[in-house]
Design a protein around this ligand. Sequence first.
Ligand SMILES: Nc1ncnc2c1ncn2[C@@H]1O[C@H](COP(=O)(O)OP(=O)(O)OP(=O)(O)O)[C@@H](O)[C@H]1O
Ligand SMILES: [Mg+2]
Length: 271
Amino acid sequence: MLTTRQLSFSYQDEPVLQDLTLDFGRHAVTGVLGANGCGKSTLFMNLTGIVRPQQGAVLWQGEAIRYDKGSLRALRQRVATVFQDPEQQIFYTDIDSDIAFSLHNLGMDKQVIAQRVDRALTLVDAQGFRHKSVQHLSHGQKKRVAIAGALVMEAEYLLLDEPTAGLDPAGRQHMIAIIERIVAEGKRVIISSHDIDLIYQICDYLYVLEQGRLVNAGETAEVFMQREQLAAAGLVQPWLVKLHSELGLPLCKTEQQLFALLRQRDVERMR
Ligand SMILES: Nc1ncnc2c1ncn2[C@@H]1O[C@H](COP(=O)(O)OP(=O)(O)OP(=O)(O)O)[C@@H](O)[C@H]1O
Ligand SMILES: [Mg+2]
């Protein structure tokens, strides 16, 4: 279980995260939601010990994490991060080598590495461009390679920082399908984003941050029904929730669900 207890973090003297007590173990997919600069990426860096809180703690299985090299390496095998910018975590020009890198570091058997790399590339639909050089990949393809690089660790937790940032509509839809696949594998996923519609569709539980403070927490639909509270945090309701609160349409989780319902209504009306 990954949690934080009264965690506060500052860059030099600038407070960025304040008194955060969060539990990421209770739900399959937890969203961290907030406007630009509210501290989402900084929170993720705290969760895997890239930076260290000045007050409070990050806890793994109920114990405060330790910051020696060995402990952090062990933690990052259980909690893998996909950074906001894929350039931040792709080091090789060859995709296979890049993804296998962390496993080689662990001294894993070559055959096992090959199997894991192959599986991760399949999961993110990257087999089709697997043999390309990384510098020739599109931004969306690089994002998928970065996810594969985290998936090979077979960690229990996957932190996805802005997984849909910079993707076109088709790329975004594809990314959602990939995340759903990862969730179906039984991992705990934490997603940070200001892509409200993505968060609404994918997350079970939300933490809303405003300038590093927790301003709301709850089941996804419950949080998104509070329009004014969202606006105060610089956010808006997902369009499916707006249709519900403005027009009284049923609250649907996906557009497919809504369209099916509306079609059904039409059929019933014509009878
Ligand atoms: N290395 C750094 N040194 C000093 N301040 C930083 C550093 N990195 C981030 N900050 C500041 O910390 C605050 C939180 O930044 P962070 O990147 O965590 O926000 P975010 O919620 O991820 O934003 P975005 O939605 O744009 O990704 C911002 O005010 C930012 O300017
Ligand atoms: Mg960020």
